[in-house]
Ligand binder design. Sequence first.
Ligand code: PRX
Length: 568
Amino acid sequence: MSNIGSFDERIKNFNWDIAEKELDFVPGNIINIGWYCSDRICRMGKAEKPALIWEGSTGIEKRYTYNDLRLNSNTIGHFLRELGIRPEDRVCLFMDKIPELYIGFLGILKMGGIAQPLFSAFGDESLFVRLDNAQTTAIITQKKHAPKVRKIMDKMPYLKHMIIVDADPGKPLGDREVAFDMEKAEKIDQFDIHPTYAESASVLHYTSGTTGQPKGVKHVHYSLISQYLTSKWVLDLQDSDIYWCTADPGWVTGTSYGIIGAFSNGVTQCVLDAGFSADNWYRFIEKHKITMWYSAPTAIRSLMKAGEDVIKKYDLSTLRHLASVGEPLNSEAVIWSEKVFGKPFLDTYWQTETGSIMITNFPGMKIKPGSMGKPFPGITATVIDAETFEPFGETGKIGLIAIKPGWPSMMRTYWNNESTYKNKFKNGWYLPGDRSSIDNEGYFWFVGRDDDVINTGGHLVSPFEVESALLEHPAVAESAVVAKPDFVNMEVVKAFVTLKPGFTASKDLDLDIMNFVRKKLSPLAMPQEIEFIDSLPKTRSGKIMRRILHAKEWGEAIGDTSTLENDD
Ligand code: PRX
């Protein structure tokens, strides 16, 4: 029996106080996600239950019970407080998927800090713009990532501490650097958790838009209400589950469901800190007897590509429920998963700003492969006309996804950017920036984004950020960055580049530019293809028309070119 039972029944008289009551939260009282994810589970009699089973790339395994989670997060919280870090200070987590990342997240929340997770593959430029925007006080990292921080340290006087979790004992550290060894640190049993309230800031996740620098999405401790309930009703987390969320906590899925949802429900979760290979993933499922698996379309398509023979080598019979997020889940992937695993991946739709699942397929619901499903109980979502911002009176029309604001895990603002935040609302609706249609049974069908942001393998990349990085390369005069279709990643980054006088296109220059972007930004943002051209299509006012280049890549009609400069 699934946790949600009947979707129709749940929709009737839905109120978020269902979650508040289950969590014994009384509005107006203290609510701290760190406490809910560790201390509370211990108090419920599960102190010795495995909370986190971690496996590194070399096969080494570490296990933490809920009591270990409690003690270690206390210890990290205490260490940060002793360093002088204050409530509401931003503390960045810049690590691979190691235990310190998961437990450090809870420790920051316990001492009242704002956790700012950043993807560890970010290069120094990507890191700098995000730390600078947040005016981050401390960064917790590994020695392998420390050089990227050192490179930009001088530009960040506000960054008081770089905490290295695996520093070599005895090796001198630089200015503002400090070592912290979670395993060896004296455990703090009694820790005064900072009294955070529903509206106290908890997490700052950075997300990319079409224009401007990345935006810091501010979440609050009350987000727990949504994350707890959606984990229970959509991911169907149950006490006996062994859960695997493949997302990295550098991105929102990895925190909302890879930390908060899982631990607040008191389930055992496994983490694999290793690169993708079909063999290794199936082995991991078999070894840990994974029952609930939350992944992403790109991973599923990569598994499809690896074929079915490799599946037969492993016993995957423990899997009872599968879900997916991050990009459109094509119907082929749903049908394939049903065939090879005996159950379909259920698509879930949401974004960094929404903090939790908005539109989704529920256990037990009729699945229409290719559809994102229906709004979660308590979520009023529809599709509106892009000009009038009014809902359509009929089904089947394509428009903007629109959600009535007010669910618990809704972002509270963009950090230092209230005007961009306000722009996300029109006519009383929150607009995630995606297009969809709704069929006559109320199922949503994703159409595409309503901006130029590239979704590569479930990760959003801003063309603006890539273009800015390209312009810093000595050979590049101008650039335009668009998405290019790709079977596995759905979209990859493609750059059109014009060269400065004295430079000629060559394979070496191509690679040099790619590497330049990879180092500065990240492997995700690195163009998979660079096309050198003589001039870029521009409007008469000189604005580069990405739309034209995008349409060419996707074999679509170019549309209105009446404002095109080099068209006359
Ligand atoms: O465009 C939508 C797409 O990913 C965007 C959100 O990206 P991000 O904030 O990085 O969060 C990703 C994980 C929650 C959305 O605006 N997206 C997300 N889920 C789906 C999706 N597109 C189609 N189908 C989905 N299920």
